[in-house]
Unconditional design. Structure first.
Length: 362
């Protein structure tokens, strides 16, 4: 049985365009405004306004700030393009005075002519109730950099194509680190990372004897080593095979034992090249309902438990690199194949009910 050594990793992600709304606005949501200024500065604060008045070609309206995702100003400092949270896009002339903000360094007032772009971040309310710590839709450069919940990602490579809900990000095996996030976004002691992915142009069999081909998500330190990932593998070095997971400090798992594996067998599906929903779940005290709560890491595919074999020891403390990055698409020298990712979410509890996977959360 070959054991894996240090693996150089790549990371990347995915997202959405046509939006489905599953949560009603609540009264305890917290608004944060992020301003990108014309001199390159970036200011974050609590806004002193509740709405933005805009004159369009067909009507004069007042857009509530909590319904706005982003605003991009044109060169005349008056015309603006709005992206709303329900997917609408509106263009018009802003009739707005200086914007007051409460920031870390006190209260400031920013004239509209100095603003290049504006992003509105919502927290609390429905998001806090569900324990969501990161939601990135990855349907465009804009969405990658501006997560709907949590810190924005960094776009490094790839292209935006049709995704599961709208647009997603496609990466080939030469495009490593397509999108990354700070590694500390991965929560502990319990958590869940879920996303949609679609494989294309991979062979029938998973490469043997080992290696990730491909790895879908990973956390890696600046030295390049990693021990937190979800990957297809015939032999992950800890006796696991199929769709394998390593959760640093908590153990490893696979669809089954190492050996001959096809992608179809690993996914338990004849639709290898179709869309599948993936989730990596961990709990330091054991995942409820998984092997009588004895297992600390498991994988779900299309809402069903996909893990049936656990190899290697299990610890009692999650260990994720905090000096590096987390992201999607890590691989070990795979020459061909493409993956499209969509709608990444990270939760701060061991979520195992994925009946909501067909609805894009808002």
């Amino acid at each position: 049985m070959n054991r894996l050594g240090m693996i150089l990793v790549a990371c990347a992600l995915v997202t959405v365009n046509h939006r489905v709304w599953s949560a009603e606005p609540t009264t305890n949501e917290v608004l944060t405004v992020i301003l990108e200024l014309s001199d390159g500065s970036r200011i974050v604060g609590t806004p002193g306004i509740e709405a933005v008045p805009v004159q369009t070609a067909y009507a004069k309206m007042s857009l509530p700030l909590k319904q706005i995702r982003g605003v991009t100003m044109e060169a005349d400092h008056e015309t603006a393009a709005f992206e709303l949270r329900n997917g609408d896009k509106i263009k018009g002339v802003i009739t707005l005075g200086p914007i007051p903000l409460t920031t870390l360094f006190g209260k400031v007032t920013i004239p509209i002519e100095h603003i290049r772009a504006l992003q509105v971040s919502l927290s609390g309310g429905a998001f806090a109730r569900k324990g969501l710590v990161l939601w990135n839709r990855l349907g465009s450069d804009y969405e990658v950099a501006r997560s709907s919940v949590g810190p924005g990602g960094k776009f490094n490579a790839g292209r935006f194509v049709e995704g599961r809900f709208g647009k997603g990000i496609e990466l080939n095996m030469q495009e490593q680190f397509g999108v990354t996030f700070p590694a500390e976004i991965v929560p502990g002691p319990d958590g869940c990372i879920e996303f949609w992915a679609k494989l294309a142009d991979f062979p029938t069999n998973i490469r043997q004897p080992g290696g990730s081909w491909p790895g879908l998500i990973a956390a890696c330190s600046q030295s390049g080593s990693q021990d937190f990932m979800l990957c297809f593998c015939a032999n992950d070095g800890a006796a696991n095979g199929g769709l394998c997971a390593r959760v640093a400090g908590l153990g490893s798992a696979g669809t089954g034992q190492f050996g001959y594996w096809t992608y179809a067998r690993a996914l338990n599906s004849d639709e290898v090249n179709g869309w599948h929903h993936y989730a990596l779940v961990w709990a330091t005290a054991g995942i409820a309902g998984v092997d009588n709560g004895q297992r600390k890491a498991a994988v779900y595919v299309d809402g069903k438990l996909n893990t049936g074999f656990w190899g290697g020891g299990t610890g009692d403390k999650l260990a994720v690199p905090t000096d590096g990055r987390f992201g999607l698409l890590s691989h070990q020298g795979t020459p061909s194949g493409r993956v499209v990712f969509d709608n990444l979410k990270i939760w701060n509890y061991a979520k195992t009910d994925f009946s909501d996977r067909d609805t894009e959360l808002m």
